[in-house]
Write a protein that binds this ligand. Sequence first.
Ligand SMILES: Nc1ncnc2c1ncn2[C@@H]1O[C@H](COP(=O)(O)OP(=O)(O)OP(=O)(O)O)[C@@H](O)[C@H]1O
Ligand SMILES: [Mg+2]
Length: 1017
Amino acid sequence: MAEPALAVRRRSRISSARKRSHPPAQPGATSSPLARKRPSGGGEGTPAEPLCNNDSEEDMFGDYDSFHESDSLLAQVLDAEPQHSQEKGLDVKAAGRFAHGNLQSEMDQSKQGNLHAAGDSSVRKVDEHYGFQMNENDAGDADEDLSDSVFDELPSSQLLYLEKTRELSSRSQRSAGTERMDKWENSSLDKIQCPSSPCPDSGHKNRSTKSSKGSVCDSCKSVSLKDHLKNALTGNAKAQTPKVSKTKQLKEAILSEEISVARETIGSSSFDIGPFYGLPSKVKHLLRQFRGIETLYEWQHDCLTLKSLQQRKNLIYSLPTSGGKTLVAEILILQELLCRQKDVLMILPYVAIVQEKVWGLSSFGIELGFLVEEYAGSKGRFPPIKRRIKKSLYIATIEKGHALVNSLIETDRIDDLGLVVVDELHMIGEGSRGAVLEMTLAKILYASKNTHVVGMSATLNNVGDLQKFLQAEYYTKNFRPVELKEYIKIRDTIYEVDSKAENGFTFSRLLNFKYSSSLEKADPDHIVALVTEVIPKYSCLIFCPTKKNCENVATMVCKYLNKEFRAHREKEKQDLIKNLKDIGNGSICPVLRQTIPFGVAYHHSGLTNDERKSIEEAYSRGVLCLLACTATLAAGVNLPARRVILRAPYVASEFLKKNQYKQMIGRAGRAGIDNAGESILVVQEKDKHLVRDLITSPLENCYSNLLPEITKGMQYLLLSLVGLKIAVTQEEVYSFMCHTLLGVQQQLLLKEKSLSEIVRDELENLIEKGLLKGKIMEKDQNSKSTLTVTLLGKATYKGSIDVSYCNLLYKELRKGLEGLVLESSLHLLYLATPYDMVSNCSPDWMIYLRQNVDSTAVNRLYLSFVLYALLKETNVWSVSEKFNMSRGYVQNLLTSAASFASCILHFCEELEEFWVYKALLTELTKRLTYCVKTELIPLMEVAGVLEARAKQLYNAGYKTLAHLANANPETLVKTIEHLSRRQAKQMVSSAKMLLSEKAEALQEEVEELLKVPTDIP
Ligand SMILES: Nc1ncnc2c1ncn2[C@@H]1O[C@H](COP(=O)(O)OP(=O)(O)OP(=O)(O)O)[C@@H](O)[C@H]1O
Ligand SMILES: [Mg+2]
């Protein structure tokens, strides 16, 4: 379903690669199969709200403008290494010996002290402090002698490891290839292969050398053959310098040793913690390097050391916006991946946030040796590839997360999932997406006893219900690192929101402005006065109720801004205009052309992804200082905003909800970006009492959306429960439903029918539709008669097709078999045009107006013409002009169609008679997913590389993924316009991650091929 566009800009974050598996031609099916009857919170909505196939398809952003140069210990090693070798005239080997020597002597000096045993709890106690307060000395002087800087800082576990190394090396001299050595190597080197490592198989190499000295057993032979093949396949993935220094190996070995120690620590269920919350100290360095985070907040430390977490109880935690919730979740994720060696699913609400998170965590994946896989839009594989060694972090939208969980249950792999993290947990109460989230979590809780669930949000109220549903503990703290001052404005008076005051607010000041009569008329709410108190020095966001209003506000403000505003960062603003023109193939939105010279722009779902990305980036850098936006920028977003203005207490025509209000104002004063923040809600006299209620009322409760009268969630859920064999009798289905949020809230929500009656009716309904088979007992909710899913039923839930139109889809596909016109893709496109977008289409079409025809078919046909034009012209701008539709809508149609085509593909896979569609739809899905010139597709597979950027790269000679993965970021910055250093680094690291994942997938295939069958006769 179309979601409000979401901007994401994490200033102090490095990005990196997203991971995706195999070919783009296999985009995952799914998205919500559900119709949305209630609007989801926040958001004027995109032009259409498809029911099933579009999981908040939005853009992603390359927004990183203040890269914190690495100053961590390990980063120093990395940085200093080539320089060091050069300066000292050492070859790589010598440099390694040098480092090792120092390390050992350092160890000798200190081993009498605190270095006895990493497993020793006294040592860990020391590290506990180390974990919480990052040591200032960590950030050593870059010029400092490498050996000193490296070894001064080594935690005890690493020194223990070095002791082991020495011991082992002397042993290995005595007896090559002993069992112990193999074991040690396996635990330390093999397991922690870094995907970016120039030599991922260094561990193997060592082993084969040794083997060659000793007796060569059969298994060794097969390993070396496999390695040989693997090496050939991974050739391209070796994106860095082909030489591996010993220092680098040493670093990796240290890291791997730390991970093994951490793993033991976690496994021992003791409350003692490892170097950094049970994680290698490298994580701490990476946090500083990539995020600029020096110290954890006290609450973050308290939360991470909660007894309940150590006991692996599920957890819900809630803190105000910008409280730093994400970091806690990320540390828990790393613990799961590295220490418990389990896969993790992270569910985020929007495509844009998923992509941003993929960028942000891929660099951690590269450094720490885990995979990051993107499940958003049409990306993601179902079921995911089973990895041999590395663990995967799946970052998914709500809909894709659900499909992923279904596929893991179906393939009996749900126990591989150690942890599921849900951000913005309050979304469980928001329409059909909430229903999907609820069924995902209910399935996990029911199907896997070992999967840990963690949810977070800034806006939760009825936590008790959620705790009961998730069987979770609760942690909360009223902490916000940057104070947020809330104001409301009525006429020319500003009041401060004050919960202690009788009215809910107290007088603060009079707005100081001199308005001409014409200005007073154009701007009766004094928006110009409010923004000019802040811009251009600081940034300001104005939330507006509608898209049109955003454009009007931006235009109006510019009309009355002093001409001096034009001078502020003039050149960069001109560049932005030029960039937008390039993106639009020479066209630029006239409103933006007019407002950007003043540092002002609008932001809503009518922009194309490329435009939105450029605007957000310019705003993040301060080139633009004012954005007039819809609620699309409201949740989970880190953008600079000294002041947030709410233009009116409305979202479209609905009065603002408290949750929406809190999320919007929470964009002001983000930690690490601003050191102060304030919000001003513009109120008309007539709304004064409503605003008072808004301010004094508690946050809204989250209620289940599984009720049949609200969404189609229940039917879809029941179908998949039977299909996945989670529950196959009426009794089991009822028992499952009692464990949902609806089950928890049944007394509150169910008035006319009991839960068992609803279950019975819905099951009957599914049988009537031909999706289920079996008998339903009128009176006996405990019926043990088995239900089964029909072929159509299976196709429906596998394809995430809405149950309300699965029969229609089947009929149309059947009809297609009688005479599919294959002369062009038009007929196929018609079949792939999402049903959910049809109601929002009003064709400018005389025949349609004059005749009384089936509007669904006609509108769908009209939309398929739009898609057809898009595939031919590959230009959203010209097609939107031709059909007089907003470019945002056209782009949304394209992404929805790509997603729906993929759903139909999975639908057809289950129905033999539709074999012909499989091949056709695979190709069509690919074409819709990357509606660009074919040569750009490999580049656009890289997370965050949209069409405009891909074109630039291609024209500059970066034609393949391998070109990009091997690119020098510095050269990229010089040759590619509008590309910051941080973006360049992220892009290269993204490409590396992708390449490495592809290579990994090939390796898996090789392994599989070479496996000797155990049942050879
Ligand atoms: N310990 C820390 N020290 C410094 N900055 C931090 C720390 N923890 C988090 N931050 C920064 O604070 C900012 C806000 O954090 P985060 O995005 O996690 O907020 P949040 O609690 O998820 O807010 P919201 O509810 O609005 O999504 C981020 O830029 C993050 O990097
Ligand atoms: Mg957040």
